[in-house]
Design a protein around this ligand. Sequence first.
Ligand SMILES: *Cc1c(COP(=O)(O)O)cnc(C)c1O
Length: 454
Amino acid sequence: MADGYRALPSVDRILSDQRLGTLRQTLSHEALVDLARRELEGARAAIAAGATTASYDSLVEGVLRRAEEEWRPSLRRVINATGVIIHTNIGRAPLSKEAIAAVEMVSRGYSNLEFDLPSGGRGSRHRHVEELLCRLAGAEAAMAVNNNASAVLIGLSALCQGREVVISRGQAVEIGGGFRIPDVMVQSGARLVEVGTTNRTYARDYERSLTESTAALLRVHASNFRVIGFTHQATLEEMVEVADRHGIFVLDDLGSGCLIDPTRFGLVAEPLVQESVAAGAGVACFSGDKLLGGPQAGLLVGKKALIDRIKSHPLARAVRIDKMTLAALSATLLHYLKGEALAKIPVWQMISTTQEALARRAQRWAEEIGPRARVVDGESAIGGGSLPGETLPTKLVAITPAGEGPSVDELARRLRMEDPAILARIDKNALLLDPRTVLPDEDVELLKAVQHVV
Ligand SMILES: *Cc1c(COP(=O)(O)O)cnc(C)c1O
């Protein structure tokens, strides 16, 4: 065994190998020494466990492999061929070209983030999106924070702490990823008062629950589930009417934050931001990266007196939006104001793609992939806490594995290990690729990876 250890090369010998030439140019000496040491430690542990001494070549290659694996960023690009448009696990909404350019502009150098150029004095970061949001929503005031979970938390903390907030039993829900309305309420210091029943809540249920210490009525959109059958939920207008008569307000958690009516594309109605404000919600909050199609953010719009209290709450600093997000958000909101959201925002491009365009693209892919591929009818999903269960008809490329070759699960795994990774859907014994969610410039990479794997 001692001989086995002695046969191992030194760190210096490994590092002077010509195969490590490129690494020597790009990495610091210390980083390389560390890699080689750890490779040698692995080899010594293997000898201790009874293995034969690793060859010199395999050690050099081990160092190269470590360099590649350890310095490869963990966050990788994924081509989404699943047909699920908004998927939290793969980063929700892709950004428009303009939003990406805005992020680059603001992160490359300095900006007037909190600086007023005409006066040379301090400015507010909210200014960059407040007016855009106000115009789109028809609201008096607006602000943006880190995400919608923070928007709900800061809204409740700033406006309802130590007081009661009334919510329908059907809306005291979990949105996912540990975001449960009753728990958020505890965090904010507001007291939850549940009214009505799981399936039916009337305006009079809210009315009867009001006490001296009621601060607000809370409405939470059923973003990721649906209750069907014998159901009733007081409308926002009815809730506002009750709140107004008692000098309190409605906090409306819209979830997705839709500005475009999805019924235009054969989908069910989703509460629109502008409708919530028009109905008189004191504060409406929603996500930036669901149906809005922008970066991760939480947007609050509503009455100025309420938004001002939120802006000056100590949590505002803790959940504040960063400059890259602000840049992307502002560019995304501009698409709506310019009336070009369907054409420029990827999420809306995907929703509004025509059947003809999908069929043409699927046909082209199937021809390139070869005899194992054919075009079939299928459904794309909106996904990610938006329009639960809603689908859009689509054309899929179905790939059936060769009888003697790898299984469909193995093919899907190999596609995930490509760079960029490809995510497909599996149905029975076929791999399904949906062109709807594959960005227009990703076809070449997708087909190359599929041909490599299939
Ligand atoms: C998605 C969602 C949230 C959380 O929003 P994030 O932006 O993911 O933090 C909160 N409330 C509702 C109703 C939602 O659908």
